[in-house]
Design a binder for this molecule. Sequence first.
Ligand code: SF4
Length: 464
Amino acid sequence: MKKTLFDKVWEKHVVVSETETHPATIFIDLHLIHEVTSPQAFTLLEDRGLSVRRPDLTLATIDHSTPTLLNKDGSRPYVSDEARIQVDTLLSNTKKFDIETHGWDSKYRGIVHVMGPELGATHPGATIVCGDSHTSTHGAFGAIAFGIGTTQVGHVLANQCILMRKPKTMAINVNGELNQGVTPKDVILHIISLIGIGGGTGYAIEYRGNVFENMSMDGRMTVCNMSIEAGARCGMIAPDEVTFEFLKGRKYTPENYEDSCAEWLSLSTDEGALFDKEINIKAEIIKPMVTYGTHPGMGIPIDSTVPQSSNPAEQASLNYMQINEGDKILGMKVDKVFIGSCTNSRMDELRAAASILNKKKIAPHLKALVVPGSAQVKASAEKEGLDKIFKDAGADWREPGCSMCLGMNGDIGLPGELIVSTSNRNFMGRQGPGVRTILVSPETAASTAIAGVVEDPRNLKKIK
Ligand code: SF4
């Protein structure tokens, strides 16, 4: 029987098959934890007198509540006692249970979905969970990767398994040639605007076609990262030479690397395998995208106008955004620009933003934050001199972390401010109470920082 990538990985991890009345028990190869969703899970564990079943398959970092600016004396100005306690609790729990942790002193510390792949801990064909929605990022390597709730974090800590129903499969095929100026972020924003925020509900998506085959791993991670924004259980891309090249020589790349590559290659969807649903998209129709509402499905090409909607929720969303039907997003005055998050804080994206900001200045009225996804990204960017480009342009170059994606560390906007952001969620208040968020690619964010208004990167790059 011909099988999809998802089917093959799923079948290798079934401990107990699902029945009509009971979900399947799935073994988890890698459990990533951070300071926000793990403290209650450890309490749950200790209340039951349990230990961590597989500390060797558990990896921790601190990212959400960590300050991105240090005090002059090198101390860390946590936004609140709560934030400091979250970090300290994670560090003490992982020490107690002997879990590898990338805390303040680790050269691998960073956003959980940036540092995992960087360490080579994200393997093709693996099952990966984390108490974080954007765990789908790791699907870029051909893994089944998804976010879980706090109680489930406790379950995985206790028994390294999870109960779940098998989702249906969906293929999203994007073939053709992308227009100049169109990035992986634009591709995924286009897909979500097309299928909607519920379009992937109940499905595991496999992104297929030459557009994904030609993407770097950074680009593939951007695409898979936002699968959850279409409601999908996970997003995957078949492992290939690009994947293997990325993983080569990393800390946790398997020792029998050549054999592993051969096995990973066999995970690809069999020719003729059937998906429960298929969507075909021509690459040529995709343009640089912007969002105009308060969910990632409310997206349009940057050169078009806000569409009409009779949906009351979308009307409320437009009211919040202070945007009207028929408005152009292009040219709107922007207060802050954020380049970062687990969607767009890797080297590809920082290089792209730097190429636009090089020898230019950001608009005087505007504040721009560039936050690398990890200590490794920060070091690489500084080695290439990207930090100097950002600083010379007038942007802040910060310590790694989630930062203004969620603002848990205090990096937020002021009420009413309009923020152009490379993150993945534009929900009401996500970047601070009353803050309005427009999601874009790093290229559009950098162009906007210079122009001071939402700007099409094709204009600044003189691309038609
Ligand atoms: S960068 Fe944003 S979306 Fe990603 S893990 Fe951090 S808070 Fe979550």
